[in-house]
Design a protein. Sequence first.
Length: 86
Amino acid sequence: MKIQLIHSDVMDKLDEVQKAIENVKLEDVPVSLLGENYLTYTIEWKEREQKIIRLITDYMKELEKNVADTKINVTAMKNQDEAISR
């Protein structure tokens, strides 16, 4: 059984992931759209929305770091394979 790393294919897929991350746009709902409605539910909804946006933003940052790390590791594996095959 042979395991083969096709560097260009892996890097292309990682680039696709990176582009998908960059295309995610999170927009906070302006408070002005809530009007002068000060119901407890409305306030809690707004706080929950802000928490969700923060969580997704943090997740995306970590995902970007993972993609960058994976690119480095895949390139290192490619270089090791080339060094071994010489």
